[in-house]
Write a protein that binds this ligand. Sequence first.
Ligand SMILES: [Fe+2]
Length: 476
Amino acid sequence: MARVLVVDDEQSIRITVSEFIKEDGHEVNTAADATQALRLIEEQDFDVIVTDIILPKIRGVELLKNIHEVSQEIQVVMITGEPNVDTAAQAVRAGAFDYLAKPISRKAIKEVVLKAAKTKALLDDKKRLEQENLMYQEHLEELVKERTAALQESEEYFRALIENSSDVIQIVDSEGIIRYVSPSVQQVMGYKPEELIGRPSVEVVHPDDLSIVTKAFEDAFQKPEAPVITECRCKHKDGTWRVIRGIGVNRLDVPSIKGFISNMHDITKREKAEEELRQSFERLQKTLEGTVHALASVVELRDPYTAGHQRRVTALACAIAKELGLPQEQTKGLRMAGLIHDIGKISVPAEILSKPGPLTDVEFGLIQAHPQSAYNVLKEINFPWPVAKIVLEHHEWLDGSGYPQGLKGEEILLEARIIAVADIVEAMSSHRPYRPALGIDKALEEIEKNKGTLYDLKVVDACLKLFAEDRFTFES
Ligand SMILES: [Fe+2]
């Protein structure tokens, strides 16, 4: 439906034409002259204006120009009483949509109004689209401005972050050439960034550490998603070597980076401190071992019969531990405990220790107290292994018939179960004040006979295997 204005000074024509147009559902207004028509056009929107070309005061062609000053989209249909080419041409030149000659037929006016209304609707759509497009463009410009500002802000933020970081941030391209390095490189390595940019990154790497860097590059190439960690020596501008730890990621796929980004820092001091700590720990361990050896010799000095016993038990215990696949660290504790497992005998009077012949119950009781006496002394020493407990339990038997606590099975530390077997084998195969040596065969027979009841099954089997395969002999 269109809004139509019919302009004619003849009332009968106004009415007739209006009625024809209304039949198609259009909304129709009328005006008797150009002045009235222009006032109406200013007051309300029209889609189509049907006007007589001859009007009082202002001619129809003038009115057409005035209408187009108000709106270019309003479609004007001229009605002429003298249908000649000149009038028609004049009207179309002036921008009329079409013209009709009087007398006006219902069909003709209806058709022309419909066409004019369609044209107006199309022009309205076009105008609306143009306006929308304009608005969108304006909005787009604003959006771009906003985003650019946000991007700049974020870029400045990250730049500030990178440039003020105490770590060195470096970008190396796929050829290994440094493309960017943050200013902190001067504090860390002594070089200004411009001295390094454009140079191969490996130039400052220690020749012996080149393989580390090459491997890191290979890893980063193969697994772009995984960060690669390297530690290598790099030459400071002052000529000294610094240990540099770097975490790098492959960002070849990012167009603005196209390289490997690494975050690096100097760990020379930390490395040195760790090395010193390692050395100090080693010294401490040696001191501890020295102390243990000293303790071992004290008891052996008092009891010549057990001289060498602790050392030989330790040798066999360690061989069994190796056979059982015991971790190195656990074996260290076993060795310490083995070397002093009889230290508690220091509290047993020397004459009892070296007494030939059988012992009285009281004397035997005194000897049986030796694991507890040892424990009381050793528990005060802060060993990194359970030395005191191993020594305390070295006379416990699997079935609970041992001493001092009567522990059973796995309640007894594995190290203690190993020493127990090594102890009995060594003791039986050596000479004692109260009896001559029984020999290794008797000793092995004893553990074989009591394996699983007194002695740990696996420990006994490992021990038997060592002797059977001639892989162990006691030193004298
Ligand atoms: Fe013992």
